[in-house]
Design a protein around this ligand. Structure first.
Ligand SMILES: [Zn+2]
Length: 171
């Protein structure tokens, strides 16, 4: 840290302490050249990354908007609003923990799919159909296969629908 009085780069830290919450570090510094003292503060700089869309446009992460999309995917499904909000919170925390300035929208799509897969298989299919646009038949079959109930699952998941395609396209 360069001295604000004489511009000399040789300053020494004489004292370091954290505030009570431990989120700010205060450092007393002394300039080796002019002997003047000054204080610096160090804070955590946590910012949500910008979302880079497929067309290259940048947009802010919008909690309400994402929760709205997920609610749409989960409409008429037995999932509470609270669990949807908790899922969006987890996605937000995950994005924050990346520490990046920008993340591609595909990354958010992946995180949403991961959450939906846990919340509700039918909603997962619905979202995946829009998100992936089912580039080819194999991909579609793959998603359908992924939501088939697995007999050896240890957890007591709610029963999967008999035919997820009926949910998607009607009987
Ligand atoms: Zn100085």
């Amino acid at each position: 840290m360069k001295c604000p009085f004489c511009g000399d780069p040789n300053t020494q830290v004489t004292d370091t302490r954290e505030n009570e919450d431990g989120d700010v570090v205060r450092r007393r510094r002394r300039c080796a050249n002019c002997d003047k003292r000054f204080t610096t503060y160090e804070r955590i700089d946590l910012k949500m990354p910008h979302i880079v869309k497929r067309n290259g446009n940048r947009t802010e992460f919008d909690h309400a908007k994402l929760a709205g999309s997920m609610k749409l995917a989960l409409r008429k499904r037995p999932v509470t609003i609270e669990s949807i909000d908790a899922a969006v919170d987890r996605i937000e925390a995950r994005l924050l923990s990346l520490g990046e300035q920008e993340v591609p929208s595909e990354k958010i799509g992946e995180l949403v799919m991961k959450e939906l897969k846990e919340l509700d298989k039918v909603a997962y299919i619905r979202f995946a159909s829009v998100y992936r646009n089912f580039a080819d038949v194999d991909e579609f079959s793959e998603v359908i296969r992924e939501v088939q109930p697995r007999p050896r699952r240890p957890r007591n998941d709610p029963p999967a629908p008999a035919d997820p395609e009926n949910e998607l396209f009607g009987d």
